[in-house]
Design a protein around this ligand. Structure first.
Ligand code: DP6
Length: 331
């Protein structure tokens, strides 16, 4: 019997991914950059089952059905194709992120699944190949393969679209789970709508490519202030292009906007605080280790807070291969 367990964490983009050039391969319209977190792990075990005629998926202790199961099966089909296997698998996945935190568990989920499934099916993928594989499950998952900070190169095809590590100063994110969160349009659907209807979409694509270049320069220069400024402007640009869709989508709640204002007030007092938000009402404030407690206290009026820092990429926790089988050889 072959079984492998892997763990991965969510990531928060400081330069955002919003829009696909290829829906099937999940190639983005522009590159992005993120911090992999040191909290809210997903731990996933994949066990091959020669007797089964379909895959099964248990998520947080309950059998998954519908879209969650279909996406997992589709992903496993791709792994089977790479491995030249027809065996079905059982997937057991646990998320440490509280659902209300709104942290995209698809990134940690598909990064952990990519590693556990590739090992269970006998593939030995290097980091780049693993990132490309995770991308097929969810775009942002390709960045959760990487330690600490990642740049996702947009690329032009399956081979050239992957994330790799980038050096950046040691920063913290204060995650604010805001009150009064409403149900959001999924990222996938939101991206389609923006691409199909926003008159500003072309400008978003070209400006994001330039913003990523600028972010890479700021990271190389070890310039936290510039990293913070780019982070906040880029997040607001993403929310602006999304809000210009038809019918409009607005992810930020009044309490989310209040966090942006609180962070701006802190900045005026010399505190390092730059805000970002993904496709939902919860907000993250980028800060330094020295200022993190002060920021957390100031924004706690708007929701519950948690300070996180850069964490590890996807890694193997456990692996069992029956005697007689060749371990780690890509077929
Ligand atoms: C706003 O990676 O969840 O968090 O590729 O369709 O699965 P799919 O989308 P997903 O989108 C993430 C969008 C974002 C920005 C980001 O993480 O870069």
């Amino acid at each position: 019997m072959r079984t492998a367990t892997a763990r991965a964490h969510p990531n928060i983009a400081l330069v955002k991914y919003w829009g696909k050039a290829d829906e099937e391969l999940i190639l983005p319209v522009a590159g992005s950059m993120s911090m992999t977190l040191d909290a809210f792990a997903t731990t996933t075990t994949v066990t091959l089952d020669p007797e089964a005629d379909e895959d099964s998926f248990v998520l947080n202790g309950s059998p998954a059905t519908g879209t969650a199961l279909a996406r997992t099966t589709r992903f496993l089909d791709h792994v089977r194709e790479l491995a030249g296997s027809r065996e079905r698998a059982h997937v057991d996945s646990m998320n440490e992120a509280p659902t209300a935190a709104g942290l995209a568990s698809s990134a940690s989920g598909f990064a952990a699944l990519a590693l556990a499934a590739s090992r269970a099916f006998g593939l030995a993928l290097d980091e780049r190949a693993l990132s490309r594989l995770a991308r097929r499950g969810s775009g942002s998952a390709c960045r959760s393969v990487v330690d600490r900070y990642a740049v996702w190169h947009a690329g032009t095809d399956d081979e050239t679209s992957y994330a790799e590590q980038i050096d950046a100063p040691d920063l913290r994110l204060v995650i604010v789970t805001v009150d009064g969160a409403q149900k959001a349009v999924s990222s996938r659907e939101g991206m389609r709508r923006t691409a199909a209807t926003s008159p500003f979409y072309d400008a978003w694509i070209t400006s994001t490519a330039r913003t990523l270049e600028e972010m890479v320069r700021a990271c190389a220069a070890g310039d936290p202030t510039r990293i913070g400024e780019i982070t906040e402007s880029h997040a607001l640009r993403m929310h602006a292009v999304i809000a210009s869709s038809e019918p409009p989508v607005r992810y930020l709640a009044p309490a989310s906007v209040a966090v942006f204002d609180t962070a701006a007030a802190l900045r005026a007092q010399g505190v390092f605080a730059h805000t970002t938000a993904d496709a939902g009402p919860n907000v993250c404030v980028l800060t330094t280790p020295a200022d993190a407690e002060r920021v957390a206290e100031a924004v706690s009026a708007h929701g519950s807070v948690r300070i996180v820092g850069p964490g590890p990429g996807a890694h193997l926790v456990d692996e069992t291969v029956d005697a007689g089988e060749t371990d780690g050889v890509a077929r």
